[in-house]
Design a binder for this molecule. Structure first.
Ligand code: HEM
Length: 395
């Protein structure tokens, strides 16, 4: 339970196959009080807490956030109230469905280029060959940082999120040291972009042009937005592509369903995101006052943990939650969170997941795990295969 509450990967969870345990938690212990606060694991509670006005996402006494390698509140994840709403108004239109649809063609092209690199081999480590480079390259193009920075960003992101064998306190201390290094480079990029004479059409340019209460953002504010986007943009889609294809590779009947009827892919993305829930828990929240939520008492100062992955397997909301059903109706899952801080990149992420599967399925007639392969999964608040050795038949 401590492992679930603190998103420590202390070896007590079967990360490759956690599902039955998660359903038990959602059903039998949906609310758990521990020394730092309260963990919520049912859908009703994570939605209520995620929307509660007395819940904030940086410690109200120290004003420090947790879990992202930052000593400062990152924008917008660690802000609340009017200032959070203001930033969402600035950022949401950049990731609206019509806007992200413009990236579809480029993303398909990128997917094809990567597949060209391994299609003749009949085998691939799908994580290294596709799930990592595909969204990372796309993100860097949209973000607008130099492509040469990708290996450094990826290393910093991995080190910040690393949880294997660390307690929550150790993880936080180490993460901040790596976060400091990331921020030095992000500040350099801001300076380079301010000095540039030509205007670019990318996210960093948008951040530079924003105004809050009539003033442009400071360099530090811009680094606080960039820091969050590097973590959010480089980790989650990779982990999700790995989890979704990992599951399909091990389940031939449902894989066949998608080959036979590719129009099911968007439904498969929703259902597998519900079932796999790669982003397992939200970053910590805190209560600014005593309150009661769905009959549970919360005390001022409590740290609150929201379990998206148990909520997505909550038998009170999803009939037969462990069954993957591409025709499931009313699939209102929380894989992209719920409440004020729900994911603002979800339309982009959904597009990327759909195209990643569609393009791979267009180029191969079938695939499966390589004989004898047992993919290892890591869990750092985000669950992801470390390697995914596949064999496939090219079309
Ligand atoms: C499949 C991929 C993705 C998943 C599963 C996912 C999931 C999530 C979740 C669960 C949260 C809430 C975190 C919390 O409660 O502490 C979140 C927030 C956020 N995500 Fe995503 N995300 C994905 C992709 C992306 C992408 C591609 C971007 C941007 C390029 C992005 C940007 C953000 C931002 C900025 C927030 C903070 C929103 C706020 O605080 O108002 N995400 N995401």
């Amino acid at each position: 339970m401590r492992s679930l509450l603190t998103y420590e990967n202390n070896g007590s969870m079967d990360v490759a196959c956690p599902w039955a345990r998660l359903v038990e938690v959602a059903r039998d212990t949906p609310v758990v009080r521990w020394e730092m606060g309260v963990g919520f694991f049912s859908m009703a509670d994570v939605v209520s807490v995620g929307n509660h006005p007395a819940v904030v996402s940086a410690n109200p006494i120290t004003h420090e956030p947790m879990g992202m390698g930052s000593r400062e509140p990152l924008i917008p994840l660690h802000l609340d109230g009017d200032v959070h709403r203001h930033y969402r108004k600035l950022i949401d239109p950049l990731f609206a469905p019509r806007q992200v649809a413009l990236f579809e063609e480029g993303f398909r092209h990128l997917a094809d280029e990567l597949i060209d690199g391994f299609i003749a081999d009949g085998e691939v480590d799908f994580v290294a060959g596709y799930a990592v480079p595909l969204p990372a390259t796309m993100f860097m193009q949209i973000f607008g940082a130099p492509m040469d920075d990708l290996p450094f960003f990826t290393e910093m992101k991995d080190r910040i999120l690393k949880a294997e064998g660390l307690t929550i306190e150790e993880r936080e201390a180490e993460g901040r040291l790596w976060g400091d290094r990331l921020r030095v480079r992000l500040a350099e990029i801001v300076a380079e972009r301010r000095a540039a004479t030509t205007q670019q059409d990318d996210l960093i340019s948008k951040f530079l042009s924003w105004e809050v209460e009539g003033d442009k953002l400071s360099d530090e504010d811009i680094v606080n937005v960039m820091h969050l986007f590097v973590i959010a943009g480089l980790d989650t889609v990779t982990s999700s592509i790995g989890c979704l294809i990992g599951w399909l590779a091990a389940n031939p009947e449902q894989r066949r369903q998608l080959f036979d009827d590719p129009s099911l892919v968007p439904h498969a993305v929703e259902e597998l995101m519900r079932h796999q829930s790669p982003v397992n828990v939200g970053g910590p929240r805190w209560a600014t006052e005593d309150f009661e939520v769905n009959g549970v008492s919360v005390k001022q100062g409590d740290m609150l943990l929201l379990g998206w992955w148990t909520a997505n397997l909550d038998p009170a909301v999803f009939a037969d939650p462990l069954t993957v059903d591409f025709t499931r109706e009313a699939n209102r899952h929380a894989a992209f969170a719920a409440g004020r801080h729900r994911c603002l990149g979800s339309h982009l992420a959904r597009l990327e997941l759909r195209i990643a599967i569609e393009q791979f399925h267009r180029r191969v007639s079938d695939y499966s795990l390589a004989p004898g392969a047992e993919p290892a999964y890591k869990w750092e608040g985000v669950r992801s295969p470390v390697t995914l050795p596949l064999i496939f038949a090219a079309r």
